[in-house]
Design a protein around this ligand. Structure first.
Ligand SMILES: [Zn+2]
Length: 382
């Protein structure tokens, strides 16, 4: 019979995992309810906070009216299936697919947060901005990524909306100006977003003892500015525990290039994620949804995908980073069924921002203000 391991209420003292505090009977049985999908479901009540919950509260399918196969969604996301593709394949609405991607993203962040404290490898971190678009070609973005140089473990990511550059004809120029009037783009976005990336890297490194932080980037000025301004780096700088190595992005993109890990990730995104494929007609329509898919991809890359596919070594990127395989398997075996509570572990600041859906999607605010009126205005511009 199912026994709850902790109280699902984040405010409750029994919302802790695997500690002696939860050894005694802190909950009472609270009858059943009948679900059309799951049949008879046991209910419980916390004796301390009086919070009521059921067996379903701990399932990844909480509040779900139509269960879908999460593995199919994951396989679709990492192999260029768009939301429409998946909705046709699974026979559910696109809205349901977006909802399940959201759940998978929360699972992916939880497993990442739980396992990064176990990383034992000391390696330089390579950072770069991966360029893609959201909404349409007038809203390019930079997804800043941090990847381990030896393990190619994908540590963290942040987002920056940037202005469209390059040669434009007269009509395109006019459209660009009108779009930029509708959605303001901060010229310091890359610098700010890189600062957030640095904060998250330090958050990971602060748990390691005596490890030197070596950062490899290309020669982008925004990176230098962000590193100069970072106060949290001061301790590392004072004790000579920090160094920044800049490599020209014009260097050949070979395996010997120190920026190889980010160049490699760029290639993976371009071939695996439908919205990032070159000349793709599948646009990400919402920044937060795009980043959730990125977080799902990070989970797949770190914990499932082989380190070098051709070697048949059965070693994934997290193994090279030093995360114990048994621990990884413990979480992987629960990934598609048990809901991980993100409130039980501290997440990286940048992941928290993604889960809180804190990024603004261009044109979306205008769209929601008055649906009909603004749909027309978008259609006219497009
Ligand atoms: Zn409680």
């Amino acid at each position: 019979m199912f026994k709850p391991e902790f109280c699902p209420n984040p405010e409750c003292q029994y919302h802790v995992l695997n500690t002696k505090i939860c050894q005694h009977r802190w909950y009472s049985m609270d009858g059943f309810y009948i679900s059309r999908v799951y049949g008879k479901v046991q209910r419980f009540k916390c004796k301390y906070c009086k919070h009521r919950f059921s067996e379903q509260t701990f399932s990844l399918n909480y509040y779900v009216k139509k269960p879908v196969n999460y593995k199919t969604i994951l396989e679709g996301v990492i192999s260029t299936s768009s939301i429409s593709d998946l909705s046709r394949k699974i026979k559910v609405s696109p809205h349901t697919i977006i909802n399940r991607e959201k759940r998978l993203a929360a699972q992916a962040v939880a497993i990442h947060s739980r396992l990064i404290p176990f990383i034992s490898i000391n390696e330089p971190i390579v950072c770069d901005g991966f360029q893609s678009v959201v909404t349409n070609f007038y809203f390019p973005n930079n997804i800043n990524i941090a990847v381990g140089q030896r393990s190619q473990f994908f540590y963290c990511l942040t987002y920056a909306q940037i202005k469209r550059a390059g040669r434009l004809n007269f009509e395109q120029q006019k459209k660009k100006i009108r779009y930029e009037k509708l959605h303001y783009i901060n010229p310091n976005e890359i610098e700010n977003s890189f600062s957030e990336l640095i904060e998250s890297i330090i958050q990971i490194f602060s748990k390691k003892k005596n490890s030197k932080l070596i950062l490899f980037t290309d020669k982008k000025l925004e990176y230098i500015q962000a590193l100069k301004k970072s106060c949290t780096l001061d301790n590392y700088k004072k004790t000579h525990q920090f160094s920044h190595v800049q490599i020209s992005s014009k260097e050949p993109r070979t395996i010997n290039n120190p920026l190889f890990p980010v160049n490699y990730m760029d290639r993976q995104f371009r071939k695996d994620l439908s919205e990032h494929v070159v000349k793709s007609i599948c646009f990400g329509r919402n920044v937060n949804n795009q980043l959730e898919r990125m977080v799902i991809y990070r989970f797949y890359h770190n914990f499932i995908k082989d380190y070098r596919t051709r070697n048949n070594s059965n070693t994934c990127h997290s193994d090279i980073a030093g995360i114990p395989t048994k621990l990884k398997m413990y979480y992987l075996n629960r990934f598609f069924s048990k809901k991980f509570f993100t409130t039980q572990i501290q997440q990286l600041y940048t992941d928290q921002k993604i889960l809180n859906r804190a990024y603004i999607t261009p044109m979306q605010k205008e769209y929601h203000k008055g649906k009909d009126k603004n749909t027309d205005s978008i259609a006219k511009i497009a």
